[in-house]
Design a protein around this ligand. Structure first.
Ligand code: SAH
Length: 214
């Protein structure tokens, strides 16, 4: 059991109120983010900042996305119980934990070994069990495809075709696309050859890495 102070609980409640003022309306997303101890997904020295609406640095010069971005992407994904979900960019594991509480069939890929290792350790401590992979998100997980939903949590320079092909017909992918800053796309796979594309404003993510694994 994870112990936490009423101070953390109070700050988390305030975070949820902020998410509502920022336009998050999906009650399931708000409930889940109201329960997950975000402060455990970062260095202890930063935990007093955990419930502010800001991105926070983690290992390997990466960041946990700010809570309103996590909530927004999750809301766009429209996760239903028992859906099979693929996340690209495990990072701290916070977004993974949010997804896992909405549907326990979560697969997540991380490109950087220290992050892959530390997220897995934390998932064990929290008693949540997403399937974690150390690998290249551009390739997805063809051996486990098709997925109902795919979420990319790093800025992709383009829409990776391998990920589109691993999406079910009727499935949804949420992906920020762009180099310096990114446009949030929601892609719905209408048929093997047709994608419905919707856009939802500009964001700033760490880049989706193309170089060799670290
Ligand atoms: N969802 C994370 C966000 C972390 S930032 C969280 O809640 O903390 C994005 C992550 O994507 C980083 O950890 C980065 O290492 C990872 N990443 C970047 N390029 C990747 C790739 N090609 N495949 C898999 N992961 C990648």
């Amino acid at each position: 059991m994870i112990q936490e102070t009423t101070l953390m609980q109070g700050m988390r409640k305030k975070m949820v109120e902020t998410l509502i003022t920022k336009g998050i309306t999906d009650q399931k997303v708000l409930d889940v983010m109201g329960k997950i101890p975000r402060h455990l997904f970062m260095d202890r020295s930063l935990e007093m900042l955990a419930y502010e609406d800001r991105a926070i640095g983690i290992l390997c010069d990466q960041t946990i996305s700010q809570p309103s971005t996590v909530a927004f992407q999750t809301q766009l994904l429209e996760v239903k119980n028992r859906e099979k979900i693929l996340e690209i960019g495990t990072g701290s594991g916070y977004q993974t934990a949010v997804l896992y509480k909405l549907s326990s069939r979560v697969y997540t890929i991380e490109r950087q070994k220290p992050l892959y290792t530390s997220a897995q350790k934390l998932f064990d401590e929290l008693n949540i069990h997403p399937l974690c992979f150390y690998g290249d998100g551009y390739k997805g997980l063809p051996q486990f495809a098709p997925f109902d939903k795919i979420i990319v949590t790093c800025g992709a320079p383009f829409i990776p075709q391998d990920l589109v092909s691993q999406l079910k017909i009727g499935g949804i992918m949420v992906i920020p696309v762009g180099d310096e800053s990114q446009t949030m796309y929601r892609l719905t796979k209408i048929s093997e050859t047709e994608l419905k594309k919707e856009t939802f404003g500009n964001f700033k993510f760490v880049p989706m890495l193309k170089d060799k694994q670290q």
